[in-house]
Design a protein around this ligand. Structure first.
Ligand code: SIN
Length: 311
């Protein structure tokens, strides 16, 4: 029997496929649709301390090869998502999903995480260190000193399972440096990668999204090679207790298979989920199972991280 079940920390999931934060996950209605689909779990839209309207529209556009977005973290405010997750946890203590958060300042991030620490919430939390779309706020995880000092302070009080969402890195030295920082902390997982920040798509002579004069995060087919490289680079460098959620360019069972081959324990679907809605989780699970059956792999452990190199 071919199984796509997986584990992140002490949490078990029937299926390794789930949504990526940002796509169809802003409201309880969105999250319920994922919860009742074949997805193994959901992650919420990254929540800030206060509700945010985000950037002006149009703020997302599609091209034949993917998407560009500059949403600017629109969300319902962190208590909305925490209350919902607490109600799910009360009804079913075994349910496990991911609450994505970040503050608009370091102080706000601490307020959010301290609130979660002091709450009854026992599930996974993802700290988004990589949103490229808030004007004037750089992607935190491109500043290695800030990332290290922030995590150092967080882990003085935060004792629940925590992961971080990372931007893509493009240099071997940066993989080394970031992995050295991450390995200093009791992180449960990393999520690699967020969109490739600050791309530009042009239609005739004009940009296609309004915020930041058209600059926005790139997703979809464009980013799969970068995502695979980041997943595998961190798989090679992180201590085994830090697991990897692979995100970027997944629209088929083959793409999910490649993320797992590079070292991912769970795989998130962003742009393609936007196009195809919740039916995508069943389709990609079936395609992944067919590949595994063909290769006589029974579960993800049979091939996770076992990428072959040329001699
Ligand atoms: C956004 O809301 O701008 C996207 C979130 C992200 O890329 O982390």
């Amino acid at each position: 029997m071919v199984s796509t079940s997986t584990q992140i920390g002490n949490f078990y999931f029937d299926n390794c496929l789930m949504n990526a934060a940002g796509v169809r996950c802003m409201t309880i209605e969105d999250l319920e649709a994922i919860r009742h689909s074949k997805a193994g779990a959901f992650v919420t839209k990254t929540a800030t301390l206060e509700e945010r309207a985000g950037n002006p529209s149009p703020r997302m556009a599609s091209t034949p090869l993917g998407t560009i977005n500059s949403m600017g973290l629109p969300n319902q405010g962190f208590p909305y998502y925490l209350d919902y997750l607490l109600s799910l946890q009360k009804n079913d203590p075994n349910q496990s999903n991911i609450l994505s958060v970040v503050g608009m300042s370091q102080m706000e991030t601490h307020v959010i995480l301290q609130t979660i620490q002091n709450s009854d919430y026992q599930g996974l939390v993802e700290l988004n260190l990589s949103c490229p779309n808030v004007p004037g706020k750089p992607q935190i995880a491109y500043d290695f000193d800030t990332t290290e000092s922030l995590l150092k302070e967080i882990f003085t009080y935060y004792k629940k399972p925590l992961g971080v969402k990372l931007p893509p890195y493009f240099d071997i030295v940066h993989f080394d440096q970031m992995a050295t920082i991450l390995n200093k902390f009791p992180l449960t997982f990393i999520n690699s990668v967020n969109s490739i920040g600050n791309g530009l798509v042009i239609n005739d002579e004009t940009v296609v999204i309004k915020p930041k004069n058209g600059f926005g995060g790139i997703g979809g087919d464009y980013i799969k090679p970068t995502a695979l490289a980041n997943v595998h680079a961190f798989y090679q460098r992180l201590k085994p207790s830090i697991q990897i959620i692979g995100t970027g360019g997944v629209k088929s069972g083959r793409d999910a298979f490649e993320h797992i081959l590079c070292g991912a324990s769970m795989v998130q679907i962003g742009s393609a989920f936007g196009y195809e809605d919740v039916a995508i989780f069943k389709r990609i699970q079936e395609e992944l199972q067919a590949i595994m059956k063909d290769k006589v792999y029974e579960n993800l452990n049979d091939f996770r991280g076992k990428l072959h190199y040329l001699d």
